[in-house]
Write a protein that binds this ligand. Structure first.
Ligand code: PEP
Ligand code: MG
Length: 887
């Protein structure tokens, strides 16, 4: 019979429609599809997600759905020749949840529904295996009392009371393993479980199988609203409205010999190599594999003296192998298949796309395209672009022993190990002695940049993945963990203390895992993931498809070199202030900042000029003709001045200025909010010497490499531009300086001038800038700050609450706020290109390396995105995915 609301499968009828996972959940749809393909799945039926929404609204299974369930059960009984509650041939059911996106281990399952005292006795008799029947009975009682009757809410603590009972019983009997339970033992365990349930809940598990089924289905649906499922949905951006489906299926038992339960994966989940990978447990239920109490055996090759399935049950193995190959070919993706063998017969219980490491994802996608299973375009869409950067940096060795001290946010990938220091100067001093250090700060500021450069890794107690520490570390390609709220930094005692009470002192060795956010005790062995040759293939396919160009945010020649190797087509942002934190340059910037006369500033800049010119020379040579966007100084001058009295005394000794003079000048430069005010190109309105020096340095360098036969292509960028008049005046300064340099050198090199559009006003009035611009670069970091009134350095105190309560979908500094900030981006592009057709427009905010944002920039018609070097492959793939998805 046709069921409107219920989808039956494996009952001998073939459903013409391809099952939909939005309706039937991933599990239900794939089971139905496997049945359609004639594969051996235990028969059953699926209640669609729509029923979940009704159950959540009404608090119970609606009457019409109950009728449908009764009807489907009758069909199942007819097909299996068994009946629910029948003492001769009892039908037992598995009631499983399954939403569109698989949520492993999150939603509830009730196994053995239909079990009553009479049925247990009948099952013992029919199977000739009383121990088996008792075992099924006790598992059913435990699951039913937990999922349906909510026994855990009545018992304090987070231990499973049934596990506790079973462990206690085994200890009393001196048994190690469940298999050693005799039939009498198994019967006793059933009795103890019954007593526990009655004692705690004042009620028994109902003896009516139909009542059990209705309540189990209802409980599975209501589980969608449970705390675990809600937290999972928030973390994975799954809408509350989707709901779960519920599949009811005839039980099969891996405990009826010869029997086993297992999981098979069609390609190795860590490497992507094509082998039938997986595990099985003889004489076991599927849940025993996940439970971890017994060590499973491998499928294909013997491991640790354990016999693989291939040898233990060769015929079954061959069948399984053939079916898995078929499933992979059908679903065109690596499959993870759950199976059970009952009395020698193989059953498939579930198939889904397997989870895999980034490495395995790349290899299997490229291999499957090579095998003709999928197209190159499909291969490009198969890989999660955001995880590619983890392939390029060292990883912790998978076999290493790890002791986790605390956990923060993985801000910049890689692994770093070294002695703990708390101050930037100490980091530089120890580094100079050849030691590896980890700089630990509550949070970092521009004062710390020199120390950050010297450190192998950076750890902060506060801040999110776009905080100062995170942004600077990524730009340096340095391992960094931020927002580690489980530590408190005490600068006075030179130690940090974990919430667990562990004191880590200056000089102690720790390891940071920038791939996971773990902070670990002592040194931990690392391994560089060996190159993945398939990555180059995949990225070459991406390059053929993408329209967006990809540049890098690189401040040093070394970083630009790395970016180039990873496929950067230019530098989209060179933050020149990052060139100023090395000691000799910092001194020049301090003298500039302290000087109150134009002559004093000129003298300081004259000393900085050759150093800055050398920086640019190296950068031009490295990028050999590729475009380089150089942003003139952006940071407020106060950032170059010391903030402690000790540092001020040092500066006083060097400059000959009194401590008071230094204090007065520092106070004059102080900002109430360092994000706004006297920074960016406004500095050059009052102190033009800085930009004059920078433009001279970069153009002198360009002329010099020109003589070497390298065509430098500088794009000079003015930060924090606010209006046309301001921009015109500073552009004139650039052009004037350029003419002077070219006159002196007797040679002209091409260069572009453009604004960094980061203020909302600049975006809203972009046409007045465009008429006098050669390019636009969009600074979406500051644009986010200004548009949302947020600072990326202090959001950690409330961001999590916003995410938990669903008030924000993402950290807006990570994934672009498309509606708001994206609106400013579109306005800037439209007004800019309206005033100047074909204007070159790129983006250099951190969003340039985030796939969802890259897709938006593609749709908004930008020419390029620019991101940190390690994210260049991410952006290349994301840009290709955006082009494919846009059709
Ligand atoms: C920006 O604001 O987007 C930008 C690129 O500048 P920074 O991140 O250096 O503030
Ligand atoms: Mg900015």
């Amino acid at each position: 019979m046709e069921h409107k609301r219920i989808n039956v499968f494996g009952l001998g009828t073939t459903n013409a429609d391809v099952p939909s996972s939005a309706l039937l959940g991933n599990k239900g749809a794939n089971l139905a599809e496997m049945a359609r393909q004639g594969l051996p799945v235990p028969p059953g039926f699926t209640l669609p997600t729509e029923v979940c929404r009704r159950v959540l609204a009404e608090g119970a299974l609606p009457a019409d759905v109950r009728d449908d369930v009764q009807q489907a059960v009758r069909e199942l009984e007819a097909a299996t020749g068994k009946r629910l509650g029948d003492p001769e041939r009892p039908l037992l059911l598995a009631v499983r949840s399954g939403s569109r996106v698989s949520m492993p281990g999150i939603l509830d399952t009730v196994l053995g529904v239909g079990m009553t005292d009479d049925v247990a006795a009948a099952l013992a008799k029919a199977s000739g295996n009383a121990r088996f029947a008792r075992d099924v009975h006790r598992r059913f009682l435990a699951r039913y009392a937990t999922v349906v009757m909510g026994i855990r809410t009545r018992i304090p603590g987070d231990q499973d009371p049934f596990h506790v009972q079973l462990d206690r019983f085994r200890t009393q009997r001196g048994l190690d393993d469940d298999e050693e339970l005799s039939e009498a033992d198994a019967a006793e365990v059933v009795n103890r479980f019954r007593t526990l349930i009655r004692g705690t809940l004042g009620a028994d598990v109902p003896q009516d199988p139909h009542h059990q089924l209705t309540d189990a289905i209802t409980a599975v649906f209501l589980g969608w609203r449970g705390p675990r499922a809600t937290a999972f949905r928030r973390a994975n951006h799954i809408s509350d409205e989707e709901g779960t489906a519920c599949t009811v299926q005839a039980m099969v038992f891996g405990t009826l010999p010869p029997g086993c339960s297992g999981v098979a994966i069609t390609r190795h989940p860590n490497t992507g190599v094509r082998v039938l990978y997986g595990e099985y447990l003889p004489d076991a239920h599927g849940e025993d594999i996940v439970g971890g109490a017994r060590t499973p055996c491998p499928l294909s090759e013997s491991r640790g003296g354990r016999k693989p399935l291939k040898e233990a049950m060769p015929a079954v193995y061959e069948q399984l192998h053939a079916m898995c190959t078929r499933l992979e070919a059908h679903f065109k993706d690596v499959q993870e298949v759950e199976f059970t063998v009952q009395e020698g017969k193989l059953w498939l219980l579930q198939t889904r796309s397997s989870s895999r490491t980034a490495r395995a994802a790349v290899k299997s996608a490229v291999d499957m395209a090579g095998e003709g299973l999928i197209t190159q375009r499909e291969a490009l869409l198969r890989v999660d672009a955001s995880r590619l950067d983890t392939l390029l940096v060292p990883q912790l060795s998978s076999t290493a022993r790890k002791e986790v001290l605390a956990q923060g946010l993985p801000a910049s990938p890689g692994v770093a190990c070294g002695k703990v220091v708390f101050h930037a100067e100490e980091a530089e001093a120890l580094k100079a002695k050849g030691l590896d250090v980890i700089l630990v700060r509550t949070e970092t500021s521009s004062d710390d940049v020199g120390g950050m450069r010297a450190a192998s890794g950076i750890l902060t107690a506060r801040g999110g993945t776009t905080s100062h520490a995170a942004v600077v570390a990524r730009a340096m390609g340095k391992c960094c963990v931020v927002g580690c709220s489980g530590i408190r930094v005490d600068y006075v005692k030179a130690e940090f203390v974990t919430t667990g009470g562990v004191h880590v002192r200056q000089g102690d060795v720790i390891t940071l895992d920038g791939n996971t956010g773990d902070v670990l005790v002592g040194p931990v062995q690392t391994e560089v993931s060996s190159a993945v040759p398939e990555l180059d293939t995949l990225l070459s396919w991406a390059d053929q498809v993408r329209r967006l160009k990809v540049r890098s945010n690189s401040d040093t020649p070394q970083d630009a070199e790395l970016a180039r190797k990873l496929g950067a087509e230019g530098v989209g942002l060179c933050r020149t202030e990052h060139m100023f934190f090395e000691a000799a340059r910092l001194r020049c910037m301090q003298e500039l900042s302290l000087s109150t006369s134009s002559e004093g500033r000129r003298a300081a800049m004259a000393r900085l000029l050759p150093m800055q010119r050398d920086d640019f020379l190296a950068l031009f040579r490295t990028m050999a003709g590729a475009p380089i966007t150089i942003r003139l100084l952006d940071l407020p001058l106060e950032s170059f001045l010391p903030d402690s009295d000790r540092q001020r005394s040092e500066l006083s000794a060097v400059t000959g200025l009194s401590l008071d003079e230094i204090r007065v000048r520092s106070d004059a430069l102080r900002h109430s909010n360092p994000l706004l005010g006297h920074r960016g190109c406004r500095l050059a309105v009052t102190y033009p010497e800085i930009y004059e020096m920078q433009v001279r340095a970069l153009l002198e360098a360009a002329c010099q490499v020109h003589a070497e036969g390298i065509s430098a292509r500088p794009e000079i960028m003015l930060p924090m531009v606010v209006n046309g008049a301001e921009y015109a005046s500073l552009r004139a300064l650039v052009v004037r300086t350029a003419e002077k340099v070219f006159g002196e050198k007797g040679v002209k090199v091409p260069f572009l001038v453009g604004p960094l559009i980061e203020l909302p006003r600049a975006a809203l009035a972009a046409d007045e800038l465009a008429v006098q611009s050669d390019f636009f670069s969009l600074g979406t970091d500051d644009m986010t700050r200004m548009a949302l009134g947020l600072s990326r350095d202090d959001m950690d105190s409330f961001l999590q609450a916003y995410l938990d309560q669903g008030l924000l979908r993402h950290d807006p500094f990570v994934v672009l706020d498309e509606r708001g900030v994206g609106g400013l981006v579109r306005t800037a592009v439209d007004l800019g290109r309206g005033a100047r057709a074909g204007l070159l427009v790129g983006i250099c905010g951190e969003h340039g390396g985030e796939p969802e944002s890259v897709a938006f920039f593609h749709r908004a018609g930008l020419d390029y995105v620019s991101c940190t070097a390690l994210r260049v492959p991410v952006a290349r793939l994301a840009a290709a995915q955006a082009a494919i998805n846009a059709g």
